[in-house]
Design a protein around this ligand. Structure first.
Ligand code: NDP
Length: 486
């Protein structure tokens, strides 16, 4: 069997090796998961919540160890890895606690004309969910699907990114100690071909997080078997600064939201639109924040290296295109040494440039002066990506947020929606479809199951070949009375 060697992006040292699973191994995992899914569904909401709470406790107690593994495999500083994992814990608690209320059986109204009927609705688990994850948030991102799918009663076969299989293995191992009875949460490792095999293996849904380009390939494969898909894809998120914004807070958030995790965040700030009335002051504050940042592989660096070697070329090409089209560097330099790219703040970059249109996924920020928030909203919405956005405004934050076409908006903060377990997370347009987190996230991994029971014979029998002309005439009168006057 071929082996996947994982290297630390900073030191290039080997940090682990994992098997490359092919079709046969992936198929066998899905077969095992099918049996496990029936068992896991059968133990019910209460027991599942107990197990998910125990899983949460284990992650919380061993958080340092998992954070070290995240840093080793994908290069982010230990503190950032710790924060990423800490954010998952609330989701585990919320999903377990809220699954019965969101998904459990409840009565639904039948209407006056159907008074002889009683109707119930529940959300049943789909069965086996194939989760394909990226490397940039190797715990938080896949767990957004895994936790909610598990709470709903599904079994999981997880294919982590080839850059972070060890993190996936850690999670699966920790869970299997809490749920030893059945392989409810399994791991398959490998590259894109392993992911494609998982899409073809007869799973009941694929939860994909990754780039828009790969999502299109995954969707094509899923189409062969009509396998449903939730697609959490890339973004080109904007941060809008209004005339009355707290500029210190906005500059701080813009720098962190764009450059933390070396800019490798789907919801990372890539574009900033600042109101002309406060532009100069905001520009100075942002220059100050970005100038102090240094990327490196040493423990003191606040910004780590770029995880995926090919991404360095993308960042360099966006920078080159921005500069060729008249862009100016305001702070930092964007220099590359090996896998380390220095943060950079640009301005005067035309909206047609790749740096304004494509996902850069690097420690780069582009700042632009706008006439007012109308122009800021227009430019924000002009993207083909619509994942998230941030608005800084004391008075109009929520009004501006309401006009932005995206799955999530943070007002006077960045990334905050990711921490709120009840807030659904997902995109529009080329940022994907479907939702993780919150009630929508639980229902994403279920099918609606409606049961309508006849409690007594209908006063007006219509669904029978023994229907009479009299009952048809009565129906006509009822239709005219109830619906004809609107
Ligand atoms: P990729 O699209 O390269 O890969 C995502 C996953 O898909 C990986 O596990 C990859 O495996 C796998 N894969 C690759 N080819 C196929 C295929 N043909 N069939 C099935 N699976 C396949 O994304 P990255 O890992 O580079 O992650 C970065 C991207 O993820 C960015 O665009 C980012 O915006 C997005 N993202 C979106 C989030 C959201 O919630 N909207 C959150 C986090 C990231 P392998 O790595 O082994 O090739």
């Amino acid at each position: 069997m071929t082996v996947l060697e994982v290297r630390n992006p900073g030191t290039r040292g080997v940090v682990g090796s994992y098997p490359v699973h092919g079709e046969a191994e992936v198929g066998a995992a899905v077969d095992r998961a099918r049996v496990a899914a029936a068992w896991w569904d059968g133990i019910g909401f209460r027991e599942r919540r107990k197990r998910l709470d125990e899983f949460r406790g284990v992650i919380a107690r061993r958080i340092d160890e998992l954070a070290r593994l995240v840093s080793d495999e994908m290069g982010k500083p230990h503190g950032d890895a710790y924060l990423e994992i800490a954010l998952v814990l609330d989701h585990l608690a919320w999903a377990g606690r809220n699954a019965p209320k969101t998904l459990g059986r409840r009565r639904t109204g039948t209407g006056a004309l159907n008074a002889n009927l009683g109707s119930t609705l529940e959300y049943r688990p789909l069965g086996v969910v194939g989760v394909i994850g990226p490397w940039n948030y190797p715990v938080f991102t896949p767990m957004g699907s895994i936790v909610y799918a598990l709470a709903a009663g599904n079994a999981i076969v997880f294919k982590p990114s080839e850059y972070t299989p060890g993190v996936g293995a850690w999670l699966v191992d920790a869970f299997s100690r809490i749920v030893p009875e059945q392989p409810v949460f399994q791991l398959v490792t490998g590259d894109g071909a392993t992911g494609a095999a998982l899409c073809r293996a007869g799973v009941d849904k694929v939860a994909f997080t990754g780039s828009t380009a790969t999502a299109k390939r995954v969707m094509a494969v899923c189409a062969e078997t009509l396998t449903p898909l939730v697609a959490e894809c890339g973004g080109k998120d904007a941060l809008l600064v209004d005339a009355d914004a707290d500029l210190e807070a906005a500059a701080d958030a813009a720098a962190w939201g764009g450059i933390a995790n070396a800019g490798q965040s789907c919801i990372g700030v890539e574009r900033i639109y600042a109101h002309a009335a406060v532009y100069d002051v905001f520009e100075r504050l942002l220059i100050d924040r970005v100038s102090g940042l240094r990327a490196g592989t040493d423990p003191d660096a606040l910004v780590g290296p770029i995880t995926m070697p090919s991404q360095v070329d993308v960042i360099e090409s966006h920078l080159a295109d921005a500069l060729a089209q008249g862009g100016r560097v305001l702070a930092g330099g964007g220099e590359t040494v090996g896998h380390v790219v220095q943060p950079v703040l640009l301005t005067d970059v035309p909206e047609t440039s790749a740096a304004m249109r494509e996902e850069t996924f690097g420690p780069t920020l582009v700042l632009r002066k706008v006439r007012d928030m109308d122009e800021a909203v227009e430019l924000t919405n002009a993207s083909r990506y619509h994942l998230a956005a941030s608005v800084f405004s004391k008075r109009d934050g929520e009004r501006i947020a309401a006009r932005i076409r995206s799955g999530m908006v943070a007002v006077n903060s960045v990334f905050s929606f990711a921490a709120v377990a009840s807030a659904p997370f997902g995109g529009v347009g080329e940022s994907g479809f479907g939702r993780i987190h919150g009630e929508d996230g639980l229902r994403e991994f279920c099918y609606a199951h409606a049961v309508v029971r006849q409690r007594f014979k209908p006063p007006l029998p219509l669904m029978t070949f023994r229907r009479t002309t009299t009952s048809e005439q009565r129906l006509a009168r009822i239709v005219a009375l109830v619906h004809g006057r609107t």
